[in-house]
Design a protein around this ligand. Structure first.
Ligand code: ASP
Ligand code: MG
Length: 411
């Protein structure tokens, strides 16, 4: 008898019929003897709709009020799922994030989970009930409801699994697993049977559709995560810490595991900033204070006491970032600020890069052969990322997929 956390995304719960189908799936797991905690997202586009509604009432809604409003989306889906379970004879209870013991800091809109106190969940499980937890939300020490950032029901699910020391966390969604590349861009992308936490963290941070924080938590607490379709019965992708179980290890080491793409990218260049200590701090501190997360940063070698500094932000953060930069850049002696919001990030990811060589040159060659210009380059131990024009991202992904032979099974 395993204790399993199952997470269901918004598309899997988009209407009453789909909620019933999810209840049936949970009932099967319960019937087979598992104890189940389900974590749910809001139905369909509820969260987007609530945000739009709030903005019609107040174009700068109070973050506290907005969080309490958004948390209702997950309350709707969790209560309905508990009712659907009841209707087919599965004893179930829904819990808000606060009731489930999800304690967070007070950073509204992107709160971090500080602790999970799962007493109530355990109590209900012990009474033989299936527990349905409203994802994406928690509560501060001051009893204010917070939300954990867009897509963060994944994070709730893995945090709850860690808090309960569950055997695994199953994430049911509208795709049947993690692919070597986004199948909408690369038609011969292949579903991976398994991927390491490390690689998945890079994939998630650089475009694959899972909350990166959930992967981090799985890695830290050793919770294996299975990503599978909620609509069909198929094995999905296992995200875990172990080395690959069913592939030739040497071959695996030399491979790229996947290609991540992210089209929500804009870049800002501050021209002619003074080449002296403290300039970057002066530029980036106010951005951090404004909650703008900055990604790729490139500073040119200084010449004649001045240098150019370029960095990327989310496209949706561009105007906020420009406001901040235009205010501070004057103090650091610049020759202007330019921006471009037509960009995309494309990355190759694989633990093999740690030991092997030639990955970067092969990547650049594949892009060069298609005449795709690279705007910026950045790397981690197991990832190489290029910024390219958004219009070329599908072509770039296809070129890299072919160059690294990802269509071939065995990776
Ligand atoms: N409902 C929230 C969102 O749309 C959280 C989630 O779906 O995971 O971002
Ligand atoms: Mg969602």
């Amino acid at each position: 008898m395993a204790l399993v956390v199952q997470k269901y995304g918004g598309t899997s719960l988009a209407n009453a019929n789909k909620i019933h189908a999810v209840a049936e799936r949970i009932a099967r797991a319960v019937g087979s003897g598992d104890r189940v905690v389900a974590v749910v997202s809001a139905m369909g586009s509820t969260t987007d709709d609530l945000i739009a509604l709030a903005k019609r009432v107040n174009d700068r809604p109070s973050p506290r009020e907005l969080d309490l409003l958004l948390s209702t989306g997950e309350l709707v889906s969790s209560t309905l799922l508990a009712m659907a379970l009841g209707s087919i004879g599965v004893k179930a209870v829904s819990l808000s994030g606060a009731q489930a013991g999800i304690r967070t800091n007070a950073s509204h809109g992107q709160a971090k989970i500080a602790d999970v106190e799962p007493h109530r969940i355990c109590y209900e499980l012990d009474r033989g009930r299936t527990v349905v937890v409203a994802g994406f939300q928690g509560i501060t020490d001051e009893m204010d409801v917070t939300t954990l950032g867009r897509g963060a029901s994944d994070t709730t699910a893995v945090a709850v699994a860690a808090g309960l020391q569950a055997q695994r966390c199953e994430v049911y969604t509208d795709v049947d697993g993690i692919y070597t590349a986004d199948p909408r861009l690369v038609p011969d992308a292949r579903k991976l049977d398994e991927i390491s936490f490390e690689e998945m963290l890079e994939m998630a941070s650089y475009g694959a559709k899972m909350a990166p924080r959930s992967i981090e938590l799985g890695m830290v607490y050793g919770i294996p995560i299975v990503v599978a379709s909620s609509f069909v019965e198929a094995p999905g992708t296992l995200i875990h810490s172990g080395a690959c179980m069913n592939t030739n290890v040497t071959e695996m080491r030399n491979r790229v595991s996947g290609i991540a793409t992210d089209v929500d990218v804009a870049k800002i260049t501050v021209l002619g900033v003074m080449d002296r200590p403290g300039v970057s701090a002066a530029l980036f501190e106010p951005l951090a204070a404004a909650d703008v997360s900055v990604d790729v940063i490139v500073q040119n070698a200084g010449e004649g006491g001045a240098t150019d500094l370029t960095f990327t932000v989310k496209k949706s953060d561009l105007s906020k970032a420009l406001d901040v930069v235009n205010k501070t850049s004057k103090q650091i002696g610049n020759r202007g600020v330019v921006s471009d919001d037509n960009l995309a990030k494309i990355s190759i990811v694989g633990t093999g890069m740690r030991e092997g060589s030639g990955y970067a040159s092969r990547m650049f060659r594949a892009l060069a052969d298609r005449g795709i210009n690279i705007e910026m380059i950045t790397t981690s131990e197991i990832r190489i990322t290029c910024i390219v024009h958004r219009a070329r991202v599908a072509e770039a992904a296809q070129a890299l997929h072919a160059s690294f032979e990802l269509e071939k099974p065995g990776g």
